[in-house]
Design a protein around this ligand. Structure first.
Ligand SMILES: *Cc1c(COP(=O)(O)O)cnc(C)c1O
Length: 395
């Protein structure tokens, strides 16, 4: 048999972590990594955070799972807090980002169905978006590598250029249900949408009674220095998918909506066996305790500025490798002049974890608990690695 026991869908690197502590990860043979990838923006509190692990341990020993057929004091309490810290009036809890996006798509379609406009089922989405790996989520992007071989895909998506308000406007028609957009594209290469674009989408949605659906799975939850990225734009969505950092590493996601937007999501329209179970909610509460805090978020901004400034300062010394830095808060991307994937692999061999993204970008996504000393160490090691790096010659 040639196939591996783990379905071979990932190009797994030689890094094999078995233990983590704060910003540090430790491999099978004791090797130590400075983790500025954070599980791709998941481990907001770093690894083995005492408040989070204690909450999970205590809840595991109290009540792990019950069916959503029963009342959920844990889910109600958590959803109430999510609403308090966002635009939302109601929340559907999921186990992942893609499921949160699925729920968001269903909520948008059902809004129009509820109001007797079932023909309005099409979401306008944006080039190079990433919304997850379900059939619905891959149907919402134009990224061929995600879609190849999975046809027929789900109809009802119209992809136009990202950050191009005129293109979005031109795509509107009698079938348009709304817009689905990442305020800061993650996998697509750390691209923050412009103010005019986000405000323009909000205005179009208001004018035509459409749903503005945000995918904040990666950019939400404190990553940009605000609780949610939409706060940077002075707008609020109708529906929003959140995940990644929401459980700090415990699998969890959420679809948030206003009362108006959730009009169609009545009894029997959606469900999940595990979604919002007591254990996930305990993890979610513990993360919220720490992240939904002015001082914590101000520190994310401060550390983000420091990291960004240090990265920018490096560029002139390595201008054959690095072009520019972009992003918001601690969601940063270094646009590279060479293959970012090869460089990220090289950094791994030198004990630094970052993540590649589209458009030849190296993502730098440290845990949100990162401190100045960690940033200094990261920059020192990155400079050293960049100095020694030999750009692979194209074959
Ligand atoms: C990671 C991600 C998803 C998918 O989340 P999963 O938990 O992997 O299903 C969706 N949207 C964005 C923006 C993401 O970064």
């Amino acid at each position: 048999m040639a196939i591996t026991p783990l379905m071979p869908v990932y190009p797994r690197s030689p890094v094999r972590p078995v233990r983590g502590e704060g910003v540090w990860l430790y491999g099978e043979d004791g090797e130590k990594y400075l983790d500025f990838a954070a599980g791709i923006a998941v481990n907001a509190l770093g690894h083995n955070h005492p408040h989070l692990t204690k909450a999970i341990q205590e809840q595991a020993a109290t009540l792990m799972h019950v069916s959503n057929l029963y009342g959920s004091p844990q889910g109600e309490a958590f959803a109430r807090r999510l609403c308090e810290h966002s635009f939302a009036d109601t929340v559907f809890l999921t186990n992942s980002g893609a499921e949160a996006v699925e729920c968001a798509i269903k909520t948008a379609r059902r809004y129009h169905h509820h109001h007797g406009r079932p023909e309005k089922h099409e979401l306008i989405t944006f080039a190079n978006a990433f919304h997850g790996r379900t059939l619905g989520a891959i149907s919402a992007t134009n990224q061929e590598k995600l879609r190849d071989g999975f046809a027929p895909l789900l109809p009802g998506f119209h992809v136009v250029a990202f950050d191009d308000l005129e293109a979005a406007k031109a795509a509107m028609g009698p079938h348009t249900a709304g817009f689905l957009v990442e305020p800061v594209q993650g996998e697509g290469g750390i691209r923050p949408a412009s103010q005019g674009f986000m405000r323009g989408l909000r205005a179009l949605a208001d004018e035509h009674d459409l749903m503005l659906v945000l995918d904040e799975v990666q950019c939400g939850y404190g990553r940009t220095g605000r609780m949610f990225a939409y706060e940077h734009y002075g707008i609020e969505p109708d529906i929003m998918a959140v995940a990644k950092a929401i459980g700090g590493g415990f699998p969890m996601g959420a679809c948030l909506a206003t009362e108006k937007a959730a009009a169609g999501m009545v009894i029997g329209t959606h469900g999940s066996t595990y979604g919002g179970g007591p254990l996930a909610c305990a993890a979610g509460q513990a993360v919220l305790d720490i992240v939904a805090n002015e001082e914590f978020l101000a520190n994310v901004i401060r550390m983000g500025e420091r990291l960004r400034g240090a990265l920018e300062q490096m560029i002139p010394n390595h201008d054959h490798l690095f072009e520019s830095v972009r992003g918001l808060g601690l969601m940063l991307g270094v646009k590279m002049k060479t293959d970012s994937r090869a460089f990220v692999n090289y950094l791994r061999e030198h004990g630094l974890l970052t993540v590649a993204a589209g458009d030849n970008v190296m993502r730098v996504l440290p845990p949100l608990i990162v401190e100045e000393a960690h940033i200094a160490e990261f920059i020192e090691r990155l400079s050293e690695a960049a100095r020694r790096y030999e750009v692979p010659q194209a074959a």
